[in-house]
Write a protein that binds this ligand. Structure first.
Ligand code: PBG
Length: 321
């Protein structure tokens, strides 16, 4: 035997020297849920270890983010009222707009991304404006632009449209530029699949559709090449970063997108991925720390430059030791 693969696995020194993928706190973005009200830090039952924060307690999580050296957060808002066209989503004093200002006040160095979508703000729970029971694509675009511009106005560094309407990246880019926000970047949820892995999030954000499902706008989990088409359209329209979501069941898509683009690729390890690990760990079935690090490593190995994960602070702390 001339070749022995085990020579390079003999001890941690050589393993570290030949390691192809390493994680860094720089890789992560933490999702944060903000709510109206006062003195609220309430654990989200579907996402143990994650909380709803009111603005006056937002500093608690932002300080944790800063201490863990995580660079960015992505905000999701639970508004005080919902209506047919998601008015709170683009209100000047909407919950996300206020949260952006608050975070910049607490620490202007934290990179603030906002999720641009309508499902948390509409009374029907769909990601756009309805025409009967159909989500009207082009009408929705106007509203997404208002949301994105209002986030930029509040001080967001980047907006992340997650609605999956056609043409939204181009519309949002133009709206941002027209309003003087040419340096606010766009991370598009380009290949966002219609996934059951979003279940715990919909409870956290109270955003489940009241009827039907999201199959007419989110992608069919069976499709791979279509992801490249979505990515290509978004890049033509001016997306700075493209995202694949969910992550774990879509590692092949992450790799495909990585190999076919020259922009940074983000992956969203979604609520269902987090909740499954939490539940299995609680039941004593798995070693949470090792599972988390293995999952994140595999997402990065698949090609993700940025990983959005509810484990951002946890993993960043483990990496730094
Ligand atoms: C909004 C949005 C969703 C998620 C991110 N942005 C929910 C959905 O599309 O139903 C899911 C995030 C997660 O599950 O962690 N459209």
């Amino acid at each position: 035997m001339i070749n022995r693969g085990r020579r390079l696995r003999r001890d941690e020194n050589i393993r570290a020297l030949v390691r192809e993928t390493t994680l860094s706190p720089d890789d992560f973005i933490l999702p944060i849920f903000v709510v109206e009200g006062e003195n609220i830090k309430r654990e989200i039952s579907s996402l143990p270890g994650c909380y709803h924060y009111s603005l006056d307690r937002l500093h608690e999580i932002i300080e944790e983010v800063r201490d863990a050296k995580v660079r960015g957060v992505i905000l999701f808002g639970i508004p005080k009222t919902k209506d047919c066209c998601g008015s709170e989503g683009f209100a000047k004093d909407g919950i996300v707009q206020k949260a952006v200002r608050k975070i910049k006040e607490i620490d202007s160095n934290i990179f603030v991304i906002t999720d641009v979508c309508m499902c948390e703000y509409t009374d029907h729970g769909h990601c756009g404006i309805l025409d009967g029971e159909y989500v009207d694509n082009d009408k929705t675009l106007e509203y997404l632009c208002k949301i994105a511009v209002s986030h930029a106005e509040a001080g967001a560094d980047m907006v992340a449209p997650s609605d999956m309407m056609d043409g939204r990246v181009g519309y949002i880019r133009e709206a941002l530029d027209d309003n003087g926000y040419k340096n606010v970047s766009i991370m598009s949820y380009s290949a966002k699949y219609c996934s059951a892995f979003y279940g715990p999030f919909r409870e956290a954000a109270d955003s489940a559709p009241k009827f039907g499902d999201r199959k007419t706008y989110q992608m069919d989990p069976a499709n791979r090449r279509e992801a490249l088409k979505e990515v290509e359209m978004d890049l033509e329209e001016g997306a700075d970063i493209v995202m694949v979501k969910p992550a774990l069941s879509y590692l092949d898509i992450i790799r495909e997108v990585k190999d076919n683009t020259i922009v940074p690729v983000a992956a969203y390890s979604v609520s269902g991925e987090y909740a499954m690990v939490k539940a299995a760990a609680k039941a004593g079935l798995i070693d949470e720390e090792r599972i988390v690090m293995e999952m994140l490593t595999s997402i990065k190995r698949a090609g993700a430059d940025i990983i959005i994960t509810y484990y951002a602070i946890y993993a960043a702390k483990k990496i730094r030791g």
